[in-house]
Design a protein around this ligand. Structure first.
Ligand code: ATP
Length: 234
């Protein structure tokens, strides 16, 4: 579904991503794990068209995404749940969700997606008329995921969904990612919580200093001694 090939992304003189290559197949959950500053968010932002690569290729469903703008990428079926949620304060929960569907016009289909989102996140339905800013951190994360789902993506990019959340919310968020995937959405998950991410991922890639150091199935990486030492507290 998505192939990233020899991707290089710079911030001025800083080379944040150095010839990174990986693949995501339709139906998979793929995770990129790595420490702070490894380049994970930069890769995600490049796929979603917010940043532009110096070189390399991103091919989505056989089409290169180079120089394609962010709205076109959403229209093509990729939506991002950004790090830090970035919900719209001052708008209600439902209005925030509505923003996720801004490129869609089929009202019946949109209404069906609201039902799906409220099925995954019943708390959002309860609070749909409430200002989104009054939600807890975990609920805001759910809202950010719900908003991305409103675009009806084929590929969902999640940037650190567990960051700053209480353990009970973390488990719930990972369960819902699994359910969203089981319902047909392919997932690219960026996480510092490597244990949880690898536990639900079909495959994973370990990123350090802007380069991929290791790859394997979620199970293989969980069992890998080097990964355990560096990322799993083993
Ligand atoms: P984190 O978990 O902290 O988000 P990350 O793995 O997602 O880490 P990136 O945010 O992609 O890492 O950062 C990769 C490198 O690029 C780091 O060295 C970081 O300091 C640098 N970097 C990130 N954003 C910028 C920016 N806007 N300007 C300059 N350098 C940046």
């Amino acid at each position: 579904m998505l192939t990233v090939k020899d991707l290089v992304v710079n911030y001025g003189a800083i080379q944040a991503v150095k010839k990174v290559s990986f693949e995501i197949h339709t139906g998979e959950i793929v995770t990129l794990i790595g420490a702070n500053g490894a380049g994970k968010s930069t890769i995600l932002k490049t796929i979603s068209g917010i940043l532009h690569p110096v070189s390399g290729e991103i091919i989505y469903q056989d089409r290169p995404l180079k120089k394609v703008t962010a709205p076109k990428i959403v229209r093509a079926g990729i939506s991002q749940v950004p790090e830090g949620r970035h919900i719209f304060p001052g708008l209600s929960v439902q209005e925030n969700l509505q923003m996720g569907a801004f490129l869609r016009t089929d009202r019946t289909a949109i209404s069906k997606t609201y039902d799906d989102v409220y099925h995954y996140f019943p708390v959002l339905k309860q609070r749909r008329h409430q200002d989104a800013a009054t939600l807890s951190g975990g609920e805001q994360q759910m809202l950010a995921m719900g908003r991305a789902l409103m675009a009806k993506p084929q590929l969902m990019l999640l940037d650190e969904p567990s960051m700053g959340l209480a353990p009970i919310f973390i488990n719930e968020i990972f369960d819902i990612i699994k359910a969203i995937n089981a319902a047909g959405t392919t997932v690219l998950l960026i996480e510092q919580n490597a244990n949880k991410a690898l536990a639900i991922a079909d495959r994973g890639y370990v990123l350090a200093s802007g380069q991929i150091k290791l790859s394997g199935t979620g199970t293989e990486l969980l069992a890998n001694t080097a990964v355990q030492k560096a990322y799993l507290g083993g």
